[in-house]
Design a protein. Structure first.
Length: 105
């Protein structure tokens, strides 16, 4: 008997963004969870006037969603806390890059 694994891939680029449903599927969630990520500021969309089915996300958005999912799963934090943690992590990385650029870190 032969075992095999079938893997599919989707290219994400400026010309091929992810739909909200695709982003949700990629992180093992539903579209309502993606809406919550937008509401707490983890993900950003052009305008909230459009329906979630029309939202488009980049690879950076996918990375942020995966980070939020990991914080929920591994530490049991809510999305408000995840938004704060992710914001602080990104700010620390930015500040470290500034220090490194000025050869202080």
């Amino acid at each position: 008997m032969v075992n095999f694994t079938l893997t599919t891939a989707t290219a994400i680029s400026a010309s091929q963004p992810l739909a909200a449903s695709d982003l949700a599927h990629a992180v093992g969630a539903d579209t309502a969870w993606v809406v919550q990520l937008v509401e707490v500021g983890i993900l950003h969309i052009e305008t909230t006037e459009t329906q979630p089915e029309q939202w488009q996300f980049s690879s950076i958005d996918l990375q942020h969603a995966l980070e939020a999912r990991r914080l929920e799963r591994d530490f049991g934090v809510g999305l408000d806390a995840a938004a704060l943690i992710l914001d602080l992590q990104h700010e620390v990385r930015r500040l470290k890059a500034v220090l490194h650029a000025h050869r202080l870190g």
